[in-house]
Design a protein around this ligand. Structure first.
Ligand SMILES: Nc1ncnc2c1ncn2[C@@H]1O[C@H](COP(=O)(O)OP(=O)(O)OP(=O)(O)O)[C@@H](O)[C@H]1O
Ligand SMILES: [Mg+2]
Length: 391
């Protein structure tokens, strides 16, 4: 890390919350990058370059420093540079929730093993699974593809919400995995000769993790709604709500332990029906996220494309603000092609908000002119043909 970056990190963390930032990133055999390295300070980062230069690829690499499949939800094999025979590797130094840490991740399929196996190293030591990443780093992203969220099935909205929860609650990812695993096992048992005691145990796990997941979702939504309402931005304001078997019980004021018991009962009673359907018909895996444009009192799916973009942006910014306020952590923001869709006034407002929140925000665009107003406040990189050049 440069002395400059060190000073800025120290300045950024004189608050009673931690501002996460990435200060070096190395890519090997990653998409259109053979090898590339860049260093950054905690200030906003602007990546410019022509179409196909590799801007989104950099954001995708950063997104893989958190659990999951990254912002493109790509198969790990697709990420390998198609001209290279080696597997992709990313190495990063970050200022994380527990201080400075080196994160390494990459594809490492062993013969006969899962071809999509991702390995993770923290400070050089291999860790099992990816969930440990959430204890160090949190990222929120917004990509042009995410606007489809309003047209797609409930699962897209639920995934978006769960991603927001991850950055607040590092255990959320492992709870969701545990729930999914127990549910798959239950479905398998119901399809065969179900063993009552084993089903009881799986339903107990689903009820425990399900209640915790539902509660974490509700808390996140509450914090975000609060942060949106208190935002000084003139962006359209979104209001979020989550509904589902367990969330609805909590909404009615039921305590989490009681909701857990009730959900366990629902699962037990539904065994025969679920066996017939070949899947679990109710639970937190079917919950829905609802979004409303506050001023218009209109469901987000009926809003214009521009309004929908602004609603999503208001949520992402509110999440960063709420992160500082409620959890003592400001996540890194990745905003892919967001700026080009905003008019000049909103762009300036966005830049002001980012600087005020202090989040290390990575923004991409083809035209450097789109970032007028950030001079002296941001660091600029030009991306070209698999190279990243600091301007
Ligand atoms: N596995 C891969 N190996 C090599 N190149 C790849 C691989 N996957 C994608 N690419 C290439 O990487 C290039 C850069 O993609 P990227 O999406 O990062 O561009 P971009 O700078 O964000 O462009 P745009 O402005 O159009 O969004 C593309 O030309 C794409 O074909
Ligand atoms: Mg792009």
């Amino acid at each position: 890390m440069s002395a400059d970056a060190g000073t800025l990190i120290a300045q950024a963390n004189t608050h009673d919350y931690t501002i996460l930032s990435l200060h070096s990133l190395s890519l090997n055999h990653f998409r259109n990058y053979e090898t590339a390295r860049m260093e950054a300070t905690p200030a906003p980062v602007v990546l410019t370059g022509h179409n196909g230069a590799g801007k989104t690829n950099i954001l995708e690499a950063i997104s893989l420093l958190t659990p999951g499949r990254g912002l493109r939800r790509a198969k790990l094999s697709e990420i390998n540079n198609c001209h290279s025979h080696a597997n992709w590797v990313i190495a990063a130094s970050v200022h994380g929730m527990q201080g400075e840490v080196k994160i390494g991740t990459g594809r490492d399929p062993e013969p006969g093993d899962n071809p999509d196996k991702r390995i993770v190293r923290i400070d050089g030591k291999p860790v099992r699974g990816q969930a440990g990443l959430a204890r160090h780093f949190a990222i929120i992203w917004l990509t042009p593809q995410m606007e489809q969220l309003f047209q797609e099935s409930a699962s897209a909205g639920r995934k978006f919400l769960d991603r927001l929860v991850f950055s607040f609650d590092p255990d959320h990812a492992s709870r969701v995995n545990e729930y999914d695993y127990a549910m798959r096992e239950r479905n398998r048992l119901l399809a065969g000769n179900a063993d009552g005691a084993w089903l009881d145990a799986l339903e107990q796990t689903m009820a425990e993790t399900g209640a915790a997941i539902a509660q974490a979702r509700r808390h996140t939504v509450e914090h975000i709604n609060h942060a949106i309402l208190s935002s000084p931005l003139s962006f359209p304001k979104a209001h979020m709500r989550v509904s589902g078997t367990v969330e609805d019980l909590l909404e009615k004021g039921m305590a989490a332990v009681a909701a857990e018991e009730a959900f366990k009962g629902v699962l037990k009673d539904a065994r025969r029906m679920d066996a017939g359907a070949g899947r679990t018909l109710s639970g937190i895996h079917r919950s829905e996220m609802h979004m409303i444009h506050v001023e218009k009192q209109m469901a987000a799916q009926f809003c214009s494309t521009g309004e929908q973009k602004a609603l999503l942006l208001s949520i992402v910014l509110a999440q960063a603000r709420a992160g500082a306020q409620w959890h003592g952590v400001v996540p890194v923001l990745l905003l892919d092609e967001v700026v080009s869709h905003l008019d000049a006034t909103r762009r300036l407002e966005l830049f002001e908000e980012i600087c005020q929140i202090g989040a290390q925000t990575w923004m991409t665009g083809t035209d450097p002119g789109l970032f007028a107003g950030l001079e002296g406040k941001a660091q600029y990189f030009h991306v070209d043909g698999g190279r990243v050049i600091s301007d």
